[in-house]
Design a protein around this ligand. Sequence first.
Ligand SMILES: Nc1ncnc2c1ncn2[C@@H]1O[C@H](COP(=O)(O)OP(=O)(O)OP(=O)(O)O)[C@@H](O)[C@H]1O
Ligand SMILES: C[C@H](N)[C@@H](CCCCCC(=O)O)NC(=O)O
Ligand SMILES: [Mg+2]
Length: 260
Amino acid sequence: MMALLDGRFGKGIFISATGTELGKTVLASGIAHWMHIHKLGATALWKPVQSGVELGTVEADSYRLLKGSGLTNVGERELVTWTLREPLAPWAAAKREGLEISMSELVVEGERRLQASDRLVVEGAGGVAVPLQARHTMADLAAALQLPMLIVAAPLLGTVSHTVTAVQYARSRGVKDVAVVFGAMLFKPTAEWNKAAYEQQLHENTEMIELLAEVPVVGAVPYLPHPNRIDEDLWINWRKDWLRETAHLTTLHDWLNARL
Ligand SMILES: Nc1ncnc2c1ncn2[C@@H]1O[C@H](COP(=O)(O)OP(=O)(O)OP(=O)(O)O)[C@@H](O)[C@H]1O
Ligand SMILES: C[C@H](N)[C@@H](CCCCCC(=O)O)NC(=O)O
Ligand SMILES: [Mg+2]
């Protein structure tokens, strides 16, 4: 799908993944918070479609993006375009409600949002090949908006093949600038957990993915789950923890600074 206003976009990135539930919302909110604290001008967030949640609940990506980023120039409702009931790919979730998402309208909206802020962080739903409409996927939306894509990958066994194929797919749909970041392990590290073995595996996975997909792997997100309650203090603390726990991610920050 061609961009409608070629060459007149603002700055932005599209956060996608090799699949669902890998940490896009946590990362997108953290990146937006980091930008908000460290950069001049207006940072904005956009979730084009969320599925399987209700607005205003702590499970909703729109709520978690808002509270995790600490942005105050926007309401939760403005941060998301479609909120669909069923926890499915947007195309299927829309069909269940007798609706159809228009990809070309999302592209126009994305262009408007890019022009309206100094930098826009977009979060897809699920992975790169998840459809918004028949034959139009997350990667197509990122490509139409000419956005660099940051792909969140699982850090553990199975990730090499998933990540290499996701990167190739995104490129095949026209995304030109791609990087990979490992999400956290999604369990709290225990006393028996072997940090050295984990780091060795991350290192080896980085090497294989960079070589096979010719893509930069720009870091690994620390273990920092979003609060699971609507409690302002918990979210304030999460944002502080995020800045502290990610301060060492200089490769990720350099990648972001060069694009945002
Ligand atoms: N860095 C992290 N540390 C600990 N837990 C995390 C981290 N990232 C994500 N999680 C947890 O894993 C779950 C899934 O994360 P998240 O909602 O960010 O995934 P997602 O990729 O945005 O999923 P979706 O495809 O539904 O948008 C959440 O409960 C979240 O708190
Ligand atoms: C329901 C999930 N949480 C997510 C949609 C994931 C679709 C995955 C489809 C697939 O790859 O099979 N929705 C969302 O990010 O709003
Ligand atoms: Mg999400």
